[in-house]
Design a protein around this ligand. Structure first.
Ligand SMILES: *Cc1c(COP(=O)(O)O)cnc(C)c1O
Length: 388
């Protein structure tokens, strides 16, 4: 059996090596390392793929979130509501801009921000909601858009884990995640579903004026050479990274299909095991709960995350490691309990779901190159432990 990796970037590279190698050497030969034509072409190709008017490439997914918030003109003291159960980048940029992060609880089935908790957290100072499409499945955007409309709030989607995912609205309309709110951010970190070979990120929006503002912010606040109209940053996607992304974008649907196929096999193997709760599909697509769609992208499985009930999770992690199976706990500590983001206003009783999930979740290897033999070995090793 091939060695099992949490993410197999090497195997994926082997399959596209010629295309990637020639794309990279073309950039080197052109010496257009910054803002070269590759960046522009990638931008246009991603706009077409997503069905969004503007993609603004930038340095990484954390910058993308920060720049999105700067572009919206959020001011110190404005409150921004986001999920307690996510990667710290989301809350970090809110705090860096001296906005006030307001962390709220998530839903048990989807791991995503809970609309009821958003409603409870709204004050006259609330200016924006940041849903994170965690692990590759969209948050409840019907509800979130309704809340935003009612209270005149911006919606900033953190789509770092959801690129390529579809969201089906209650009325049947389908849109790619990242094209639904006022603005969205994504990351091309190598392990993301569309990853480059270094750092990269992008901002998406359908709003022409906001796109114009953001294009200046990513470039030192310049709209005209050496005229700095607003305070900006330097955040760019390198041409070499853009060329890698151009080589991989045509495969994104196939990559996400491969992830879904692996998820389907995992789910099947764990069927009937009472201590294991497999990921739930929660949206309005044709899938019923607990099935993985054949032909729709409602979940793109950035992570395949189980909930383990009544089993010592840390002992399971050790058991898997002892069998050369990597795994991850995303996320072991909720943001409201992190030193940097702790706040007297948070009450443990407000985070029952997050506090439960941090003890139950375990993510298994998930990438585009998993084969049946590896999945059988992983699932059998998990089942042996939880049923012993
Ligand atoms: C990866 C990630 C980010 C940050 O992306 P970088 O490119 O590493 O800066 C932000 N939010 C979420 C949810 C992520 O998973």
């Amino acid at each position: 059996m091939k060695k099992i990796h949490m993410v197999d970037l090497k195997g994926q590279y082997q399959a596209i090596k010629e295309r990637v190698d020639s794309a990279i050497s073309e950039v080197i030969n052109s010496t257009a390392f910054i803002n070269g034509p590759e960046v522009r072409s990638f931008q246009e190709e991603l706009e077409a793929y997503l069905g969004v008017k503007h993609v603004i490439p930038c340095g990484n997914g954390t910058d993308a979130l920060q720049i999105a918030m700067m572009g919206l003109g959020l001011r110190p003291g404005d409150e921004v509501i986001t999920a307690d159960f996510t990667f710290a980048a989301t809350v970090e940029v809110i705090a860096l801009l001296q906005l006030t992060p307001v962390l709220v609880d998530v839903e048990k089935d989807s791991f995503n921000i809970d609309p009821a908790a958003i409603r409870k957290a709204i004050t006259p100072r609330t200016k924006a909601i940041v849903p994170v499409h965690l692990f590759g499945q969209a948050a409840n955007m019907d509800e979130i858009l309704a809340i935003a409309k009612e209270h005149n709030l911006y919606v900033i989607e953190d789509n770092a884990q959801g690129i390529g995912a579809d969201y089906t609205f209650a009325d049947g309309r389908v849109a790619k995640t990242g094209t639904i709110g006022d603005v969205a951010s994504t990351s091309f970190f190598p392990s993301k579903n569309l990853g480059c070979y270094g750092d990269g990120g992008a901002i998406f929006t359908n709003n022409d004026a906001l796109a114009h503002t953001i294009r200046g912010i990513v470039n030192h606040g310049m709209y005209q050479r050496y005229h700095h109209d607003v305070i900006g940053v330097n955040s760019r996607l390198d041409s070499i990274q853009a060329s890698v992304l151009r080589a991989k974008l045509p495969n994104l649907n196939a990559y996400n299909n491969a992830r879904r196929a692996a998820a389907r096999k995992y789910n099947k193997a764990f069927e009937g095991i009472e201590t294991i709760i497999t990921p739930k599909i929660t949206k309005n697509c044709t899938a019923t709960t607990n099935t993985v769609c054949d032909n729709c992208n409602c979940h793109v499985f950035h992570q395949y995350t189980l909930r383990i009930i009544g089993v010592n999770r840390d002992a399971l992690v050790k058991h898997l490691q002892a069998h050369d199976i990597p795994c991850g706990v995303y996320y072991p500590i909720p943001l409201h309990r992190q030193k940097a983001y702790a706040d007297a206003r948070y009450n443990e009783a407000d985070f029952p779901v997050t506090n439960q999930l941090i003890q139950e979740v375990i993510s298994l290897p998930m990438h585009t190159e998993l084969d049946n033999e590896q999945i059988d070995y992983i699932t059998q090793t998990v089942i042996d432990f939880v049923t012993q």
